[in-house]
Design a binder for this molecule. Structure first.
Ligand code: PMT
Length: 400
């Protein structure tokens, strides 16, 4: 009957924001999703079950022991029908119950029985929202695998100003569709991103490296994942936390990075080479710590060997339809040098950055030029997470 549609079970709990749940129903339905509603008794004081019945054309579940439901073990059948359980708004009380396995009404019992992904959208007075108990319970839910769409800050129904307002309805719908795999302009696109520096060992305790923090590569990975892409990062050693839902392959050296990229890239649609790969490495890694007074010659003259150029290799072997984006960290003649790299490395675009002015390496934001065979576009300074979306917009354009 409903086989080709995804089903979202929408849990509505007793808060003033419950009226916004009607808009959530509409937003999900517009995207082709079937919505069933389960309410707490308290929620029915704010919006009637009839409203949701009219909107969804489905039975609305409220009481644990109601006569009406077609299935006598209603919490199990509801749980099994759901491809996703969205609770919006979720009160502090219901969050506490679900986080701690308390099942004392139909909604909380269904939540406990449901194995589908859980998305929770809290709404409360600012002091209740920020109370240690609620923060702990939201943390517990996240730990159990739930996605929490945090409340917004603003003017609250009780007159207070602060965090506690139900997140924007469009954002709730967007994130729910994303969780269901139904949205995102990069859906069904696989992206490989290199990030961070490589380190090239001299001996067991010393190495050559650079100042890349990985912030740019990881911001790109997060942005691509948010847009529905399947993302793999091949990452040198960094202190940045990996974005949720992204596959990370940790490497140390340029040669390890090349091997990991060579294996993963053929199956990808897009390769973005944001890593600062060391061009050179010590010719041979000493098997012991080089000692002053004993190994002076080896310490004073480190012989270097050329590393593989990963971007050039992938660019030269890219398949039809694959898009290759490289970076160029330049101290002078930024655009001219980036254009040379575009040609030499068979890239479709080079993101040029002007280093050495307190920008690029390790910073929170950057200013770039997007250099393609057709010209170059300047992107003024912005934070790296925003910049990532600008770079992805252009990359998608290049995919045609
Ligand atoms: O990590 P952050 O702190 O956020 O800093 C971001 C960044 C400045 C490191 C990043 O934006 C950047 O510019 N990365 C590329 C730095 C660099 O190595 O530039 P390059 O001009 O030397 O290399 C050109 C391109 O070839 C790059 O895409 C690089 O990944 C690639 N390359 C270079 C050498 C090599 N052996 N293999 C490569 O694949």
């Amino acid at each position: 009957m409903h086989s080709d549609k995804k089903t979202v079970l929408l849990g509505v709990t007793g808060g003033i924001a419950a009226y916004k749940s009607c808009e959530i129903v509409r937003g999900l339905q517009k995207a082709g999703v079937r919505v069933k509603v389960v309410m707490t008794e308290n929620a029915t004081k704010f919006v009637t079950p009839l409203t949701f019945r009219a909107l969804t054309h489905e039975e609305v579940a409220v009481g644990m022991f109601d006569d009406a439901p077609s299935d006598p073990i209603h919490h199990i059948s509801l749980a099994e029908e759901a491809d996703l359980f969205l609770i919006a708004p979720a009160t502090v009380n219901v969050i506490a119950k679900i986080a701690n396995g308390i099942c004392d009404d139909l909604l909380t019992t269904t939540a406990c029985a449901c194995t589908a992904p859980l998305v929770v959208c809290p709404a409360a007075n600012v002091h209740m929202y920020e109370s240690p108990a609620n923060q702990r319970n939201m943390g517990l839910l996240a730990l159990h695998g739930a996605k929490i769409i945090e409340a917004d800050a603003g003017y609250l129904a009780c007159g207070d100003i602060g965090k506690g307002r139900l997140a924007d309805v469009d954002e709730i719908v967007r994130q729910t569709l994303l969780e269901l795999g139904l949205t995102g302009d990069m859906r069904s696109t696989s992206v490989l991103i290199t990030a961070g520096p490589t380190i090239e060992p001299i001996d067991p305790v010393r190495y050559i490296t650079n100042f890349s923090s990985g912030k740019t590569g990881y911001a790109l990975a997060k942005a691509a994942h948010e847009r529905g892409a399947d993302v793999t990062i091949v990452s040198g050693p960094v202190a940045v936390e990996a974005p949720e839902g992204v596959h990370v392959i940790p490497v140390r050296t340029a040669r390890e990075m090349r091997d990991a990229v060579a294996e993963a890239f053929p199956a990808c649609d897009i390769g973005i080479f944001a890593a600062a790969v060391a061009d050179l490495r010590p010719k041979g890694e000493a098997d012991h710590k080089l000692k002053k007074g004993i190994d002076d010659a080896a310490l004073q003259t480190i012989e270097l060997a050329q590393n593989p150029d990963i971007l050039a290799e992938m660019g030269a072997h890219k398949q039809e339809g694959q898009v290759v984006v490289g970076f160029a960290a330049e101290t002078n003649d930024v655009i001219a040098n980036a254009r040379k790299k575009l040609l030499a490395k068979h890239a479709d675009m080079i993101i040029a950055n002007h280093v050495g002015r307190g920008l690029a390496f390790g910073t929170e934001g950057n200013e770039i030029w997007m250099v393609t065979p057709d010209g170059e576009e300047h992107v003024p300074y912005m934070l790296k997470p925003e910049l990532a979306h600008v770079i992805l917009d252009k990359t998608i354009e290049l995919m045609g």
